[in-house]
Design a protein around this ligand. Structure first.
Ligand SMILES: *Cc1c(COP(=O)(O)O)cnc(C)c1O
Length: 373
């Protein structure tokens, strides 16, 4: 890029590295001329779009010349009912990433500190850097958040703390009492975002109900998404639940039509489709067990995961290849996974749990690439 334009950008943006998305299937098709590609790179739902959503979207098509409901009333009402909160506590986003950015723009300026953990979701450093705020990256413990160290690192300038539970890309999980103890230590003027993008996949007896804590900890924002277990990643819709005054602030910054009409309709529909959610979770549990057994059998170390993906140390095989090398070799086998060197994990790869046959393809490809027996 011309240095001139670079110098025109704000100082945060000048040093920003763009988000690296999972490689699209058709890009690999174009590059290598291979077909029958399996993409396990973006934690997407392998079940495909729910039939109930397909029917609802078909109906909605005739309405698309109109703007969507800027307030997303019906979706917010459905979420408020589901989680027993007031409708004025719900904020909708163009994916939950939109909300993470809105939250940062509301509470953070260039004199603030934003805290998150090492190996945590990359959108946190991106939104922090874009504002030109200072990132406080707290060293991970066993690949996950070290909440004690995070509490100790809070300063007078700390405005916002991001916690992903389960975390992406490590899949690590914080127990409810750990998070509650942490919240009790955080001063009430520091906003804590609990990013629960994988909530629906986490074990029902351990995932608790952080939304219920908002009455006690009014500085807590819980964000969730329709992109993962609900299978709507391409439509972009997520939400946050917070104190109504926080929701009011988020709504000042939110673009009025940030959730499009199809996204609103699809999200309303899938919330009622309990079978789809149950099927998603069951497929994930089976695939997770299958891949863990495979890694154990081949003595590949993996990080136990509560999400719809698992992160495995591919250098722990006798082949000692790096994550990036194995990623490239897997591409040639028609399998796209996610290298996570950028997350400080150069020996690991993150693989999304697929259908039974997709997982099979991944296992075969990895067996061949790593010369496993
Ligand atoms: C996938 C993911 C999200 C959700 O992103 P959307 O914008 O809702 O698609 C949020 N946080 C984490 C940690 C994720 O992995």
């Amino acid at each position: 890029m011309s240095d001139n334009f670079l110098s025109l950008a704000n100082t945060g943006v000048q040093k920003l590295h763009p988000y690296q998305a999972g490689k699209p299937t058709d890009e690999l098709e174009r590059e290598l001329g291979i077909t029958n590609i399996v993409k396990l790179a973006s934690n997407e739902n392998p079940l495909g779009l729910s039939e109930t959503v397909k029917a609802a979207l078909q109906k909605e098509l005739t309405e698309l010349t109109r703007y969507p409901d800027a307030n997303g009333f019906y979706l917010k009402q459905a979420l408020a009912n589901k989680y027993s909160v007031n409708i004025n506590q719900v904020t909708l986003g163009n994916g939950s990433n939109d909300l993470l950015e809105i939250i940062a723009r509301v509470f953070v300026d260039s004199s603030s500190e934003v805290m998150f953990a090492e190996h945590a979701f990359v959108v946190y450093p991106i939104v922090t850097q874009a504002i030109g705020a200072k990132a406080i990256v707290v060293k991970a413990k066993d690949y996950g958040h070290d909440l004690e160290a995070m509490a100790a690192a809070i300063t007078d300038n700390t405005k916002l703390i991001f916690i992903a539970n389960p975390n992406n890309p490590t899949g690590t999980f914080l127990e409810q009492d750990e998070i509650k103890q942490f919240l009790a230590k955080v001063p009430s003027h520091v906003i804590v975002v609990l990013d629960e993008a994988y909530f629906e996949y986490a074990a029902t007896d351990r995932r608790g109900n952080a939304i219920a804590w908002i009455s006690e900890f009014s500085n807590l924002i819980v964000s969730r998404t329709f992109s993962k277990a609900y299978g709507l990643a391409g439509l972009r819709v997520g939400y946050s639940i917070s104190h109504p005054d926080i929701a009011d602030l988020l709504n000042r910054v939110r673009q009025p039509f940030n959730c499009n009409a199809l996204a609103l309709k699809a999200a309303e529909t899938i919330l009622k489709d309990e079978q789809y959610l149950a099927d998603s979770v069951a497929l994930n549990n089976a695939g997770m067990a299958d891949l863990c057994a495979f890694f154990t059998e081949h003595k590949l170390e993996y990080i136990p995961s509560m999400g719809n993906f698992i992160t495995v140390n591919v250098s722990s095989s006798c082949d000692k290849k790096t994550g990036d090398e194995v990623y490239q070799a897997l591409l040639h086998e028609g399998v796209i996974v996610r290298p996570i060197t950028g997350y400080g994990l150069p020996q690991h790869l993150r693989v999304s749990i697929g259908t039974e046959s997709e997982n099979q393809r991944f296992k075969q490809a990895l067996t061949s690439v790593l010369n496993l027996q």
